[in-house]
Ligand binder design. Structure first.
Ligand code: BDP
Length: 603
């Protein structure tokens, strides 16, 4: 699925702005047909920002913790020049499920909160021509054992309660841009690029797919970053040679522009699309992670799409601030914990030479987690009634959809198919084994892994055998050996020796300590800024003593919102930065370690 773009043949209109909006606490919107009439005239209707999470905009508990559907509506004007063309509406994300109506007609329903979906309005417009339509969307935040991520609605004496096993607030709404766009009936449907190089010569393999394009010819022109034509080719598949290639690499987001065109016999341009290309290689060799043939050490964070007021919505201004802070602190990489991020973030990471571990929304497939944090105990992780074959099929589709969306981003260097699932049981092994195959089939060019939880340490984990890279989250000195960094260090080092013996590279994808900003204590105690520094020092000493460790992603980049609970003070406070993106002492500390370069010789 190609992202909407303005080109010589394609046009898009951004539908972001204020939409009419209504909560549907009784769940009657569908049966009462709220899509049939003006939402603005319903009692209790309001306006809603698109994109935004709706949860933090109002002041009541009911609006913040609403469970079920909410309704969005706007009026869309179809440009007259689009007659006879495809007219698509595209949602970059609606969390977690969405159904879309054009006037009275349902045009698409989609489950999954962090990936795009679209529908073609042209058949509807052909049947009932009009220049203005009513676009209504019901967005559902409910999670079940058959959604990714999973959850369950429990009934309580006071009403339903949404339970889930991940440690971030279940923000919901239309979180990213909505587009109306148009292409010719004959159109490009997909582009896939793969890259390599030898010496100073780059190689770009490309494969183009199109629809209704019989008799049309595909051509490609490759331009360098200055806009100079490098080479051209004809045909839907081929390979391009790039002399004196400028490689894409850490800190150097050099991008070529592959201009893909569909032309008629007489040379008329029917459809065209610009695909940016970074020429680079990634490879796992023994315990090394190689980028362009050179050992790479990941420095950075697990992050969240989480900001004050807008929740999980994308905002370019917030993205720029976050990436500026990554540069300031000396980070070269991040993980899209725990779901696919906005495509704008992926584009920006490409341009900034940031390496990304790209994660699916499969978080919380683990009933062993979170006693006291999440509640809702008493389920078995893998069973016919909970996470089951249907869930696995949904999970497989999410992996395919993520790879389909992000496969051409040079920034993506590893696929993470899940965060901290149960992984020490036969059920886990059976569930995950085919999912690694799904990822490798969808993309044979990148390493595939998952993020291991502390409850399934080395020797007990039955899923890590399928991964190319060992990615582990460890909280020695925080959740265990709390306030006992001497023993934490010994326990962590011992476990790491085990992982190192597997002969794969190890990335510490999480290590962190909650720290209330401005809370100071000597001697250091948990929650103080001083303890966060001591905790980091202990962890770094353990990493530096283990040559198989090829990366450290501190948890978390910034403080973020979670469900309320006795373990969280206004959210998770493990950030190096506060939620409003100011440094804690730990940020300065990490900067001192990371800025001079790779902390130790891993080659
Ligand atoms: C890990 C999770 C992460 C949590 C973190 C924590 O991967 O989402 O926020 O622990 O407890 O279990 O801070």
């Amino acid at each position: 699925m190609l992202r909407p773009q303005d080109t010589a043949t394609r046009e898009r209109r951004n539908l972001d702005g204020l939409w009419d909006f209504a909560f549907d606490p009784e769940g009657v919107g569908r049966s009462e047909g709220w899509f049939r009439t003006s939402l603005a005239r319903r009692p209790g209707a309001r306006q809603m920002a698109v994109p935004a999470s709706y949860n933090d905009l109002f002041t009541t508990r009911e609006t913040h913790d609403h469970i079920g559907e909410v309704w969005y509506q706007t009026t869309v004007h179809i440009p007259r020049g689009w007659d006879g063309r495809r007219v698509l509406v595209r949602f970059e994300s609606a969390t977690h499920g969405a159904t879309v109506w054009v006037d009275d007609v349902e045009i698409v329903s989609h489950q999954g909160g962090y990936l795009p979906f679209e529908a073609d309005l042209a058949p509807y417009l052909a049947a009932s021509p009009r220049t203005t339509v009513r676009l209504t969307v019901a967005v559902d935040n409910r999670l079940s054992f058959q959604t990714i991520p999973p959850g369950v609605i429990e009934s309580t004496p006071a009403g339903p309660r949404q339970v889930y096993w991940h440690d971030f607030y279940n923000y919901a709404g239309i979180h990213r841009s909505v587009w109306l766009y148009s292409t010719a009936p004959a159109h490009l449907t997909d582009v896939t690029v793969t890259t390599g190089f030898e010496g100073t010569t780059g190689q770009i393999g490309y494969a183009v797919q199109s629809a209704a394009a019989a008799g049309l010819t595909t051509t490609v022109d490759l331009y360098d970053a200055e806009g100079t034509l490098v080479t051209s080719a004809t045909g839907a598949e081929g390979s391009l040679t790039v002399p004196d290639v400028h490689l894409w690499g850490p800190g150097d987001g050099y991008l070529y522009d592959l201009h893909v065109q569909l032309r008629s016999d007489s040379g008329v341009l029917v459809d065209d699309y610009h695909q940016s290309v970074g020429v680079r290689t990634v490879e796992v060799r023994g315990t090394q992670f190689l980028v362009n043939g050179k050992p790479f050490y990941f420095k950075g964070f697990g992050m969240h799409e989480d900001h004050i007021t807008i929740g999980k919505a994308h905002s370019n201004a917030d993205m720029i601030r976050d990436v500026e802070l990554l540069h300031w602190i000396g980070a070269n990489s991040f993980r899209t914990s725990h779901y696919p991020y906005s495509e704008d973030v992926m584009d920006y990471a490409d341009r900034h030479g940031l390496l990304v571990i790209d994660e699916t929304p499969a978080v919380g497939i683990n009933q062993g987690l979170g006693g006291g944090i999440f509640g809702g105990q008493g389920y078995v992780t893998f069973s016919p009634e909970t996470t089951n074959d249907v869930t696995r099929e949904v999970h497989a589709q999410v992996i395919r959809d993520l790879i389909a969306r992000d496969k051409n981003h040079p920034c993506v260097v590893i696929w993470s198919i899940a965060n901290e699932p149960e992984s020490d049981t036969q059920g886990a092994q059976d569930y995950f084994r085919p999912l690694f195959d799904v990822a490798r089939e969808a993309d044979p060019t990148r390493p595939v892994g998952f993020v291991n939880v502390m409850l399934a340490p080395h020797g007990r984990c039955r899923v890590s055998q399928f991964a190319d890279v060992s990615m582990i989250n460890r909280y020695y000195g925080w959740y265990v050996q709390t306030n006992d960094l001497a023993n934490a260090r010994i326990a962590f080092a011992t476990e790491l020796d085990g992982w190192a013996s597997d002969g794969k590279p190890i990335i510490i994808t999480e290590y962190g300590a909650d720290t209330y900003p401005g809370h100071h204590q000597l001697p250091a105690q948990p929650w103080s800024e001083e303890y966060q520094l001591d905790y980091l020092d202990m962890n770094h000493a353990v990493f530096d003593a283990c040559p198989a460790v090829v990366g450290e992603h501190m948890w978390n980049f910034a403080d973020f919102m979670t469900t309320a609970g006795i373990m969280r003070v206004g959210g998770n406070k493990k950030g190096a930065f506060t939620r409003d993106r100011q440094p804690k002492m730990a940020a300065h500390h990490l900067r001192a370690r990371w800025l001079p370069g790779i902390p130790k010789e891993h080659a």
